[in-house]
Structure formats: C-alpha cells, structure tokens
Write a protein that binds this ligand. Sequence first.
Ligand SMILES: Nc1ncnc2c1ncn2[C@@H]1O[C@H](COP(=O)(O)OP(=O)(O)OP(=O)(O)O)[C@@H](O)[C@H]1O
Ligand SMILES: [Mg+2]
Length: 108
Amino acid sequence: MATIKPFKLEEVRDALSAIGVRGMMVEEIKGFGAQSGHTEIYRGAEYTVNFVPKIKLEIAVQASMADEVVETITKTARTGKIGDGKIFVLDIAQAVRVRTGETDEEAL
Ligand SMILES: Nc1ncnc2c1ncn2[C@@H]1O[C@H](COP(=O)(O)OP(=O)(O)OP(=O)(O)O)[C@@H](O)[C@H]1O
Ligand SMILES: [Mg+2]
C-alpha cells in the first residue's frame, strides 16, 4: 500500500509495469502526514488545509518481488520535497482470481 503525489501516477505505473507488476488498485484519497496543519504545494497551489490530495496504490505481488516494488516506488515517486508519500508493506492472507478460481501467486 503506497501513497504518492498524484502527478507521479503515470511514471510510477510505467516503472512498476517495467519490473513485472501486472495489476494495481488506484484510488484518489486525501490524507495528512507529519506536516498536518501546515502548508504543502499541490499543482502550484499552497494547501493550508489539513488534508492534501494523494493517490493511494494497492499492489499485490509475490513476496520475492516486494522489495523491488518498494524500491521502484521510492525511486520514482521521490521529488525530495515534503509530501512524497509513504509505503506500508502488509502480508496478504489469500488471493483469488474470480474467473478461474486460481489462488495466491497464480491469481496475481
Ligand atoms: N502514519 C500514517 N498512517 C497512515 N497514512 C499516513 C501516515 N502518514 C502519512 N500517511 C498518508 O500518506 C500521505 C502522504 O504523507 P506525507 O508524504 O506527507 O508523509 P509525511 O510523514 O508527512 O512525510 P513528508 O515529511 O515527506 O511530508 C498522507 O496524505 C496520508 O494519506
Ligand atoms: Mg507530509
């Protein structure tokens, strides 16, 4: 699970596709991090509100790919300015492809 700056979405998607990621969920969210209540620049506008627009990605991959996915998002989404996002790594208990009933790595 990762949050990124919205303008980074296409670049992150392309970088993840290039390392073999085959699917992801993408959601427009608002959130706050360490600068809650302070200002952050989004599309040239300065947000003084508590919640800043972000993109949330949810990506399920085989465990052996997890580190590479984290590194790729980190490298691609980084601008070096505040608000570049966060990545949280979670274990997935089960995956199922609905069409075929395939499970776990075969369902990805
Ligand atoms: N502890 C957290 N738990 C859940 N979501 C978080 C947490 N911290 C940040 N987020 C989410 O990540 C988004 C990006 O946060 P942000 O990159 O500003 O984090 P930060 O810790 O303030 O880092 P930075 O100093 O780079 O701004 C937030 O808008 C929020 O959606
Ligand atoms: Mg922040």
